[in-house]
Write a protein that binds this ligand. Structure first.
Ligand code: PHE
Length: 346
């Protein structure tokens, strides 16, 4: 029943956000400095119940985030948390009024420079007692705090920010903040006014409050100019030593080894999800895969069968890959994709 590959299981407990002078730790400390009177939780276990991760947060039964295509299940009732929001209810129930939760989160997702099956988030929650504030005041306070935080994180940097309306089942209204990153808008955080039924379920009837969730890698990538999310896991001293001052420095890439692109095309079976393919590639190639892109989709006019063509980019961050090594990886992908996903190679 578990769909957690060994490669992902091996990363549980690394706690990069707690590793001194790791860029994610530097970012975490700066966020803590901004929310000085908030209680900090940074060692809550990532194994949570489906109730914590979804049910108690109003996530509908048929919501995509619950699907095993998107979430790592330990068993039918437990998952690796997909977000730090999984701890909102227990901490509200304990009576906390201002808190931050830092932690590793897990999602089955695409493979590119900003997506990795493990990433880190910080959850922030602030509540007010009954009758103290309106929703408008809560939103005002939320935006002020997050814009203040962004400004203090990105001091002296011209940073374009925009707010967009969003949907989260556990907040209403909900918003996302995006920043401009290398010609793209990068979603930095989600937030909103905590749903009243959640507060009531936690014994906080009539109270009001906000919550936000920030991706730490995205902040760190923007702040330190780290070009690839895999680097956070690197134990190469050429990476980690650059952060020894604890200051915000501009990362100097030490490697741009040549990329090795390989294409693979296959007919997909009826119940097929691209995330299963991405997970399979990640499992075989580990951190040697940089990007996987669906480059062509095609439906056969007579048989109606669907074909997918993916371009896999293999590239190591630390060294040049051997041709034979890449060919072996690609051959293994070709074999496993037939064996485990039931596709037919073209
Ligand atoms: N948990 C949301 C996510 O992971 C972020 C969020 C947190 C949104 C708190 C609203 C409130 O995308």
């Amino acid at each position: 029943m578990s769909n957690v590959p060994a490669g992902v299981a091996a990363l549980v407990g690394r706690n990069l956000h707690k590793q001194p002078l790791h860029p994610l730790n530097i970012v975490s400390r700066r966020i803590q400095n901004h929310f000085r009177d908030f209680k900090v939780f940074d060692d809550l276990a990532p194994q949570v119940s489906v109730a914590q991760c979804f049910d108690q947060l109003n996530v509908p039964q048929d919501h995509i985030s619950r699907k095993p295509s998107d979430t790592f299940y330990l068993d039918a009732l437990h998952v690796l948390r997909t977000h730090t929001s999984a701890h909102q209810n227990q901490l509200l129930m304990q009576g906390h009024e201002r808190f931050l939760v830092f932690g590793d989160c897990y999602r089955r997702d695409q493979i590119d420079a900003t997506h990795y099956p493990v990433f880190h988030q910080v959850e922030g929650v602030k509540t007010w007692r009954k009758g103290q504030v309106t929703d408008e005041t809560v939103i005002e306070d939320l935006k002020q705090n997050l814009e203040g935080l962004t400004k203090s994180l990105f001091q002296n940097r011209e940073l374009e920010i925009r707010w967009v309306d969003a949907y989260f089942p556990f907040t209403h209204p909900s918003l996302e903040m995006e920043v401009r990153f290398r010609d793209d808008w990068l979603e930095l955080l989600g937030c909103g006014v905590i749903q009243k039924n959640i507060l009531a379920n936690c014994g906080r009837e009539g109270e009001n409050g906000w919550a936000f969730g920030i991706g730490l890698e995205r902040i760190a990538m923007t702040l330190f100019s780290i070009p690839d999310i895999r680097l956070f896991w690197s134990q190469d001293p050429r990476f980690i030593n650059q952060f020894a001052s604890g200051e915000v420095i501009q990362f100097q890439p030490y490697s741009k080894f040549p990329p090795c692109p390989k294409d693979i095309s296959f007919w997909i079976p009826e119940l097929y999800n691209s995330n299963d393919f991405y997970a399979l590639v990640r499992d075989i190639a580990g951190d040697l895969v940089e990007n996987v892109e669906l480059v062509d989709e095609f439906t056969h006019p007579k048989t109606n069968r669907q074909s997918h063509c993916y371009r896999i980019i293999y590239r190591s961050m630390d060294r040049s890959l051997l041709n034979s090594e890449v060919n072996d990886l690609q051959e293994k992908v070709r074999q496993d994709v037939v064996g485990t996903l039931g596709v037919e190679l073209r």
